[in-house]
Design a protein around this ligand. Structure first.
Ligand code: CAA
Length: 258
């Protein structure tokens, strides 16, 4: 697939996807989402890639779903195409870690896309918001659910009912982002985190991601049971033997990703 709305690059074992519709602040249209979904699929199937970084520009991660594309939609059309479900959730379904590097606006579907990633590193100029209410709709790409789980009912209600944006500092305080860095450092800091993840055993990283995500889907007792079984399974990997032996022998581990 030729990409016209995203840029795709690799840095060592890190796959980098840059949303690239600068004229419309990376508004997410269906062509962009098809391309994003394709790029995620390719990185997921590429054994040399251990982690993916998703970013936008310095001004906007993404200012939401493309309002011009969305405005004429009908109920039956949206229902039949299963709008937002088919391709948009591909990022959330990625089995490898995906880090969002957010600078500038992350609004509506842009905020929801960032929330589909495993964690968000934000630049100081980042602004998060769910302004759909101003368009007479509500968040429809997971915002009412993922945002509420992260920041709690009160802040999620306020953001979705008033459209108020959160700055980076409030987003970090509220648990929406893992940390805030300067705009100049955003790219390097995100790559550093991604490269660190890639240095670890890829299957162990994937199992860890899957296990943490289970926390959102189940009761504590079931989640703990799942964690315990996944933990036990790690003793079947060559990397566990190597990781612990390397510690005992006081040397750097050489993971084989199996
Ligand atoms: N869709 C389509 N085009 C968009 C867009 C969007 N979500 N956001 C910005 N653009 C376009 C603008 O129309 C404008 O294009 P033109 O130059 O052709 O007029 C261009 O990007 C630049 O935008 P502005 O001139 O508005 O830039 P600004 O700096 O003055 O304001 C902004 C920036 C505050 C982000 C403003 O653009 C804005 O409010 N955008 C819309 C945000 C929004 O409502 N997002 C939610 C969309 S709904 C959604 O995402 C669906 C869902 O969950 C269900």
């Amino acid at each position: 697939m030729a990409y016209e709305n995203i840029l795709v690059d690799e840095n060592g074992h890190v796959g980098i996807i840059t949303l690239n519709r600068p004229d419309v602040l990376n508004a997410l249209n269906s062509a962009l989402i098809e391309e994003l979904s394709d790029a995620i699929e390719k990185f997921e199937n590429n054994d040399t890639i251990g982690c993916v970084v998703l970013k936008g520009s310095d001004k906007a991660f993404a200012a939401g779903a493309d309002i011009k594309e969305m405005q004429p939609k009908t109920y039956m059309g949206a229902y039949k195409e299963d709008y937002f479900t088919r391709t948009w959730e591909r990022v959330a379904d990625c089995r490898k870690p995906v880090i969002a590097a957010v600078a500038g606006y992350a609004l509506g579907g842009g905020c929801e896309l960032a929330l589909m990633c495993d964690f968000i590193i934000a630049a100081e100029n980042a602004k998060f918001g769910q302004p759909e209410i101003t368009l007479a709709v509500m968040p429809g790409i997971g915002g009412t659910q993922r945002l509420t789980r992260l920041v709690g009912k009160s802040k999620a209600m306020e953001m979705c009912l008033t459209g108020r944006m959160m700055d980076a500092e409030e987003a970090e305080r509220s648990g929406l982002v893992s940390r805030v860095v300067s705009l100049e450092d955003l790219h390097d800091e995100t790559l550093k985190a991604a490269n660190k993840i890639c240095d670890f055993s890829h299957p162990i990283v994937m199992l860890t991601k899957e296990t943490i995500n289970r926390a959102y889907e189940t009761t504590l007792a079931e989640g703990i049971r799942f964690e315990r079984r996944m933990f036990h399974s790690m003793f079947a990997t060559a990397d566990q033997k190597e990781g612990m032996l390397a510690f005992i022998e006081k040397r750097k581990a050489q993971f084989k990703h199996r």
